[in-house]
Design a protein around this ligand. Structure first.
Ligand code: AMP
Length: 288
């Protein structure tokens, strides 16, 4: 028997099972939090669960590698998956329900005809490099909101542009969900945790530090009084000049519009993307 301190985590695979479980929680007067993920959990995902626990009585996590948000040349087929391990981790953190649907549960008729079209926030950075990505993300999140009707949904700052778009979607479409964004959880050497980090060889893992190192350098310049966004951007970009690292973008943007700024003020965001070997990595930092 499991120790009493370990919560019972219910695993369900279908939408009607979710609706039934949520109805029971509602009937008992409980509030509902949702943590959407693609699984292969790490401490970053679990920190979202902890935050969700602070905000609602009942915490659900979805684990779904959403084909709609992957481009044809991307890593859908080899994206890491391990539901058993994920369940153990979710259980250890007291998740009440894990929803792990099959693709045909979420998309019984193939890709939906009607989808959520992101606006200007999706035009640059990840949206420019990954056409259709955010349409896929917003559509699956809108579906999850429709399935769970959560009071609150928790996302990570790690995917800054994604979190900004989801916030905007909830607002623009009056979805009635509070969108909460939790800080980035990092490895001891600064690398932002990501399910994709398992792709990295030992050498690549070392090179991958270029992203967080660049953010640190740029933040240090800001702390020393530099306010010219181009100087901060250059520091971030130059940190990516490492053999084996292929820079994607380095930007200093406004936190709400995601448009580049000329002068950096507290609250502006540094965003960076690079490829290390075959693995695309992203990271960001908000200027203090
Ligand atoms: P994913 O499974 O990669 O789609 O991520 C699911 C959620 O976890 C998203 O809201 C991510 O932003 C968040 N997340 C991923 N990595 C981290 C991290 N290192 N720290 C905090 N949140 C994270």
């Amino acid at each position: 028997m499991a120790p009493a301190t370990l919560a019972q985590t219910r695993l369900v695979h279908t939408i009607p099972e979710v609706r039934g479980a949520v109805r029971e929680v509602r009937q008992g007067g409980g509030s509902v939090a949702l943590v959407p993920t693609m699984g292969y959990l790490h401490e970053g995902h679990l920190s979202l669960v902890d935050r969700a626990r602070e905000l609602a009585d009942w915490v659900a996590m979805s684990i779904f590698v959403n084909p709609m948000q992957f481009g044809p040349a991307e890593d859908l087929a080899r994206y890491p998956r391990d539901l058993e391990r994920d369940l153990e981790m979710a259980r250890g953190r007291g998740v009440d329900l894990v929803f792990a649907p099959r693709v045909d549960e979420m998309y019984p008729h193939g890709e939906p005809q009607v989808s959520v079209v992101p606006g200007a926030l999706a035009e640059r950075m990840e949206g420019a490099i990954r056409p259709g990505h955010f349409r896929g993300v917003l559509t699956v999140v809108a579906k999850l909101f429709g399935i769970f009707h959560p009071d609150v949904a928790v996302f990570g700052q790690k995917d800054f542009q994604q979190a900004a778009l989801i916030r905007r979607m909830a607002l623009d479409l009056d979805q009635g969900v509070r969108v909460e964004v939790a800080p980035i959880v990092r490895e001891p050497d600064g690398l932002a945790m990501s399910s994709r980090n398992v792709y990295l060889s030992a050498e690549e893992r070392e090179r991958a530090r270029a992203l967080s190192r660049g953010l640190e350098r740029s933040r240090a310049l800001f702390a020393a009084g530099e306010r010219d966004a181009e100087a901060l951007r250059a520091a971030l970009w130059n940190a990516l000049s490492v053999p084996g690292v292929e820079p994607g973008y380095a930007e200093v943007v406004d936190a709400l519009t995601l448009e580049p700024v000329r002068r950096a003020a507290p609250g502006a965001v540094l965003l960076v993307a690079a490829r290390v070997g075959r693995t695309r990595l992203i990271d960001n930092a908000v200027l203090p």
